[in-house]
Write a protein that binds this ligand. Structure first.
Ligand code: SF4
Ligand code: ZN
Ligand code: ZN
Length: 308
């Protein structure tokens, strides 16, 4: 016999291990949305009249993010959601993911803003990868820097007050441990900047799913029947992250709550570092005027290297 849902009388279909809740379909959906609301309120991520640019990739995390935010937003008539996708130009991957993103956005009666690396930088990621010389960086290094800039520029162009991304608890905990294991603990302070600490020139970024595990997200997406694309990027070379995913999943299984404990430690470290040090100062890039801590921003430096 099926165990009973901890919240109602229905048969449970999912065990949320870190809260020991057995949940039925209806309660998976309800409690997931409640958790996101709590995360948003606790960290003051969103305000009532925000224009929220939601980064949609076509994957499950951002599908859940958009669905949940669109439900929460119904209670805030002054708020507005603008979904957007950055198309890096990865043939067979981003074009496929875009189809799923469009399907979801259509089902919510919204329209999707799409900006590509090609429009913004005159070059696709596929072209960068095939033209880079032997000193060239890995695909993800180009992709990360250029996408971060693209997201900020798009959000500014859309007059958004805030950008929401679909990072989940597993992603965040993996990133913390990766930074520690690379000896880059200071990065933890930058990872957890709150909305009010956004640097000048940057649209603040928030992660409303950061208290939901990947399992929670898959359960929600499955029970809501959300369309998403689940094929890995052909350039994905995330061996280190994958090792940590396996390790952290094992620890989470043995000791439910481990992922939250990692995040709690990271918040404590970030708080101490921020108290003891001045946050990075930003000036503006001599070339393009974007905010940067050096004279030339990372994007211009990268594009210059590629032109050489
Ligand atoms: Fe970009 Fe790397 Fe992610 Fe592919 S795996 S989308 S190249 S960051
Ligand atoms: Zn229930
Ligand atoms: Zn620049």
């Amino acid at each position: 016999m099926c165990p009973q849902c901890s919240k109602c009388e229905q048969p449970a279909v999912y065990l949320r291990r870190y809260t020991s809740e057995a949940l039925c379909k209806v309660c998976i959906v309800k409690t997931t949305e409640e958790r996101v609301r709590r995360t948003i309120n606790r960290n003051k991520m969103l305000l009532e009249n925000d224009r929220i640019a939601v980064a949609v990739s076509g994957g499950k995390d951002s599908a859940v993010l958009l669905e949940v935010l669109s439900r929460i937003e119904r209670d805030f008539p002054g708020a507005e959601i603008v979904p957007f996708t950055i198309d890096e130009g990865i043939r067979g991957y981003r074009d496929e993911a875009l189809k799923a993103a469009r399907k979801l956005v259509d089902s919510l009666g919204m329209s999707l803003e799409v900006r590509s690396f090609k429009d913004l930088y005159g070059v696709t990621l596929d072209e960068i990868v095939s033209s880079r010389n032997e000193k060239g960086l890995g695909a993800c290094s180009y992709c990360g820097v250029l996408r971060r800039r693209a997201m900020n520029d798009v959000a500014r162009g859309l007059h958004a007050d805030v950008v929401a991304t679909g990072h989940n608890l597993d992603d965040e905990a993996q990133t913390v441990v990766m930074n520690v294991m690379r000896g880059d603990g200071r990065r933890i302070a930058r990872m957890n900047r709150s909305r009010s600490e956004a640097l000048e020139g940057f649209v603040p970024r928030v992660k409303p799913l950061s208290d939901l595990s990947e399992r929670d997200i898959v359960a929600y997406a499955y029970h809501m029947g959300l369309p998403y694309h689940d094929i890995p990027c052909p350039y994905s070379n995330e061996a280190f992250r994958n090792d940590l995913r396996v390790f952290l999943n094992q620890m989470e299984y043995k000791r439910p709550g481990t992922l939250f404990a990692v995040m709690h430690s990271a918040e404590g470290i970030a708080e101490l570092l921020q108290k003891g040090t001045e946050l990075d100062k930003t000036g503006t890039c001599e070339r393009c005027g974007a905010p940067t801590a050096s004279t030339i921003c990372k994007t211009c430096e990268m594009l210059d290297d590629l032109r050489e």
